[in-house]
Design a protein around this ligand. Sequence first.
Ligand SMILES: Cc1cc2nc3c(=O)[nH]c(=O)nc-3n(C[C@H](O)[C@H](O)[C@H](O)COP(=O)(O)OP(=O)(O)OC[C@H]3O[C@@H](n4cnc5c(N)ncnc54)[C@H](O)[C@@H]3O)c2cc1C
Length: 383
Amino acid sequence: MRAAEVVIIGGGPAGLIAAAETARLGLDVLLLEEDEIVGRPERCAGLYSIRGLERLGIQLSKKYVQNLVWGGVIHSPSGEAFEVSSPEPVAIVAERESFDRYLAERALKMGVETRLGSRATSCSLGIDSKSCVTRLEGGAEIKSEAAIIAEGSAARLSRRVFKDYYAPFWLPIVQLIVKNHGLDKRAAHVWFKSYLKDFFGYLVPINEELGKLGVAARQDPLRKAQRLIKEEMPGAKILGYSVHSVYRGPPLELGLKGRILLAGDVAGQVKATTGGGIVTGGLCAKAAASHIHKLLREGVDGAYKTATRGLYRELKATYWISRMLSGLSDKNLDDIIRSIRESGFNKSLSFRGDMDFQVTGVLKSLATVQGLRFATSLMRSLI
Ligand SMILES: Cc1cc2nc3c(=O)[nH]c(=O)nc-3n(C[C@H](O)[C@H](O)[C@H](O)COP(=O)(O)OP(=O)(O)OC[C@H]3O[C@@H](n4cnc5c(N)ncnc54)[C@H](O)[C@@H]3O)c2cc1C
C-alpha cells in the first residue's frame, strides 16, 4: 500500500491550490486526478479578479491570461444599464486549461506528486480515526494521515463519505464561444431578461472579436442563449458550445474528524450570484491545507472552520441576495438598475466594490452620499 501524509482528490483549481499550499507547508502530498489531462474539458468563463488572485498568491502570467477587464455593464430587462469601471484592470480573462496547467506546474515545483488518470472510488477514516484510506479504481489503496476532497460538481465520493451530503443547487449552464460580439473588450456584460429567471446571461470578452457567452437555466439553456445573442449581438456567430453545471447554493460545512475535508465546488464555496468559485474555492482550499498542517504538526483541530468563518458569512449572504434577485419582477430590476445609474451609486461601487466579497463591497458603497441617494431613489420608485 502506497502512503503519503496528505492525499488530495481532484486536480481542478481547488485541489491544485490545496496541494501547492500543503506542500509549501512542508507536508508530503499526493494529488489524484481522474482525467489524463489537467484542465479539460474547458468549463469556465475564466473571469477572475486580480485582487482575488493576489489573495491566493497566484501570479499573473501570459501563459493563461487572454484579456484584461476594467469593469462591467449590467443590463436590465427593458434595456436600462449601468457601468462599473475602474481606472485600472480589475479582472483577467483566463484560458482555463492553461490556468489549470499553470497551477499544476506550480504544485509540481512545490513538490506535489500528481497522478493523472487515477480515479478515487472511496475515501474513509481508518479504525483509529487518525488515518485515511483512499481506494482507486483498479483496487490500489493509499494510506494517508489526512485527505482533501476537491472533486467539483461530480460529488460522487463526497456523497458516499458524508452521509448528510446534500447539495441540490446545481443548474445546467451552456457556454458558447461567439465571434463578432461587437462589445468593448474591456468590460464583461451581464443581462437580466424575463426569460432568464434562473440566472443572468453573460459575455466575457476574450478580445475585440471573440467572447464566452453563458446562460444557465433549468430548461432550454441553449435556446435561451441563442435568443440572447439574437437580441444583444445580432451580428455574432456561434463557433461552438459546451454544457456544464454551475453551483447556486450556500457553502456546505462538512468534515470528518478534521482529517477528511471538502474544498472548492463540491463544498459549495462559490458565489451564488455569479457561480464564480475559483477565488472563493481557492481561499478555502488554502485554509484546508493550513488546517491539515496545524492538525498533523501541532495537534490543533478546527483551523479550517475558523479561517473560513468570514468568507462563509459572505457566501451565505451572497446566496440570499441571489435568491432575492431571482424573485424580482422585471419592473423591480429596471427600477433598481435605473436608480443605480441615476444616483451615481455605480461610481461608488467602482471604488468600493469587490468581485469576491460582493456583499461587503455593496455595504461599504451604501455608506456614501451616492449610496444614500440610491437608497432614497429606489424607495421612491418602489413605493
Ligand atoms: C460555464 C461555467 C463558467 C464559469 N465561469 C467562472 C468564472 O468566470 N469565474 C470563476 O471564478 N468561476 C467560474 N466558474 C466556476 C468554476 O469553474 C468552478 O468554481 C471551479 O472549476 C471549481 O473548481 P474545483 O477544483 O472545485 O472543481 P473542478 O474544476 O470541477 O475540478 C474537479 C476535478 O476533480 C476531478 N475529479 C472528480 N472526481 C474525481 C475522483 N473521484 N478522483 C479523481 N479526480 C476526480 C475532476 O476530473 C476535476 O478535474 C464557471 C463554471 C462554469 C460551469
